[in-house]
Design a protein around this ligand. Structure first.
Ligand SMILES: [Zn+2]
Length: 561
């Protein structure tokens, strides 16, 4: 059997097998109804002004953690930390750049000065009071991707040590040879973004190559958000506290605007648009711009103690109770920040007081299920998602229970508050057999599963299931949909776009009159059923062939494979 055929057959065979093998034959469990009013009530408390926007390390965190633990205790859950506590400490370190340092590009006698915040933003992940680029040679590295599985290497062995990389955001947009107007689905997933397209990847590979600076060219379309979102990174940046103070990272990480990138290339005697086009080919090689970059960042550093909240329902089967199904949702938001329309509290009602309230209610319902799940279930309310998935990454680095004993991770982030949908979105559909379990639960609700409507935004890499996936644990984010019951066809797109434009990451993300929790209730009921199934069924979901993290899982579970 040739490899392509094997993969094709493997996919269908795995899907067919999964629908029989994975799904338990036991009698259907009985769950109490998920109470939408309770979800809304939790959301109102968590998004209230008193909680000050739930920033890590603030009074808002104290109140949030206190509220969650109190509620979980009342529901009769058990402390989720094996040390008997309700929290997992997540020590963070905060870094704030002082003043408004300019970034200067020089070539011969010519100099271009980029204004802080307007033209560029920069920070350092190093825990250091001062970092600098001192006449560092600037090299354009295209999309900065090294992906052997796609026979792609933008670096071609170039030495970037001490240099400053200028890099494009997104995956290389490679046209489909059969349909040149479309992207090739076999190379970097076509329209869908792979991890190579994410900004975090660009900084990670820059560090690996020893670059002193990594500057990403901001373009709204491939980034998925406007420069204003990037400008948010001029305030304090949080990171996980590590033993080496992140000395392995590039000294300076940042973004420059598209206009400044074009001006930089013009200064270098290069044509930005022509080089960007070249960067979408395998032939691309790094282009030294003959320009140097200089900037000095003075940082104020502080330690920020923070915590994930963890609650457990111990498995009912002594042979299986050391195995875990994990639900994640992030409790944090941005706290108190720059005023927008005179308002400074970033309440994050949808993002993610709603998901936090939803997981509380789901935990209550799971604890009252009959029969109880056979494996143990962990409810993990993580911190600092908004700062780069730090709480979930902290857990994945220092798991409370071994990842090799973790069956799957189900993530909730930002509930649907606009009513019932006929469809259900699975972000990362096609990656693992979790799809099949979810599809079955969706069918029982008369709903159909659909892929992420905007795969180009790389949503799979943008919420708390991802740090687990990166470590090999099958993880998924499902919820919401685009086809609303009793609403016109464009309603889903409209409410989503309205939210992104008006409220996303703004103080106006508050609980609004007229929210309809019926869709969220259905999603939570579905998640409840899926989690119970995974915690009680005979086998574990696997990554599907071709999924980036499958080899990690296979290595983690040699006897299961
Ligand atoms: Zn957010």
């Amino acid at each position: 059997m040739n490899r392509q055929l094997q993969i094709t057959l493997g996919l269908t065979a795995a899907a067919a097998l999964a629908s029989t093998a994975l799904l338990s034959q036991a009698a259907e469990p009985v769950f109490p109804a998920v109470d939408g009013a309770a979800v809304l009530e939790h959301t109102k408390v968590l998004a209230s002004d008193a909680f000050e926007g739930r920033a890590p390390g603030t009074k808002g965190e104290e109140l949030t953690v206190g509220y969650l633990v109190d509620q979980l205790k009342r529901m009769g859950l058990r402390p989720g930390n094996p040390d008997g506590g309700w929290v997992q400490r997540v020590p963070l370190v905060g870094t704030t750049v002082q003043g408004s340092p300019a970034l200067s590009f020089r070539k011969g006698g010519a100099e271009r000065r980029l204004a802080w915040r307007d033209d560029y933003v920069a920070w350092t992940k190093r825990v250091a009071e001062r970092v600098a680029l001192d006449a560092s040679d600037v090299v354009f590295v295209g999309y900065g991707v090294e992906a052997p599985e796609f026979q792609w290497d933008d670096y071609k062995g170039a030495d970037l040590r001490g240099k400053t990389m200028v890099v494009l955001v997104g995956d290389p947009p490679v046209p489909d040879p059969a349909k040149p107007a479309e992207l090739d689905p076999r190379t970097f997933g076509g329209k869908a973004m792979t991890y190579y397209g994410r900004w975090t990847y660009k900084y990670e590979i820059g560090a690996r190559l020893g670059a002193a600076g990594v500057l990403i060219v901001h373009e709204t379309e491939p980034a998925g958000y406007p420069f204003a979102v990037v400008q948010g990174k001029t305030t304090e940046q949080l990171d996980l506290e590590t033993a080496d103070g992140n000395r392995g990272r590039a000294a300076v990480e940042g973004w420059i605007t598209l206009d400044q990138a074009k001006a930089l290339f013009a200064m270098a005697g290069q044509d930005f648009d022509a080089l960007r086009k070249k960067a979408a080919t395998r032939e691309f090689r790094p282009v030294p711009l003959g320009v140097t970059a200089s900037v000095s960042l003075a940082n104020v550093i502080r330690k920020v103690p923070s915590a994930n909240v963890a609650a457990a329902i111990p498995g009912s089967d002594p042979a299986l109770k050391d195995e875990w199904v994990i639900y994640t949702t992030h409790w944090d938001h941005f706290g108190i920040g720059p005023a927008v329309d005179g308002d400074t509290i970033y309440r994050g009602a949808i993002d993610n007081a709603s998901g936090t309230g939803g997981l509380l209610e789901l935990a209550r319902a799971m604890n009252a299920a009959t029969p109880k799940p056979r494996r143990s279930v962990l409810f993990l309310f993580v911190t600092a998602e908004e700062q780069g998935l730090l709480g979930s990454a902290g857990y994945a680095e220092h798991p409370l229970y071994p990842l090799a004993k973790t069956v799957a991770v189900l993530n909730i982030d930002a509930l649907n508050v606009y009513g019932r949908t006929r469809d259900l979105t699975i972000v990362g559909l096609g990656l693992s057999e979790l799809d099949d379990v979810i599809r079955k639960a969706a069918a029982a609700q008369g709903r159909v599963v659909k892929p992420d409507p905007m795969p180009e935004k790389g949503s799979y890499y943008r919420s708390d299931h991802f740090p687990f996936a990166r470590k090999g644990v099958p993880s998924v984010h499902a919820g919401g949909g685009m086809e609303f019951v009793g609403k016109p066809a464009e309603y889903g797109t409209r409410v989503r776009e309205d939210y992104i434009r008006n409220d996303y990451h703004k103080p106006s993300d508050r609980v609004k009159p007229g929210w309809d929790m019926s869709g969220a209730v259905e999603d939570l009921q579905l998640y409840l059923r899926v989690g119970h199934e995974l915690a009680s069924g005979p086998s574990w979901p696997e990554w599907k062939p071709g999924a980036e993290w499958k080899p990690l899982r296979d290595a983690m579970l040699p006897d299961r494979r």
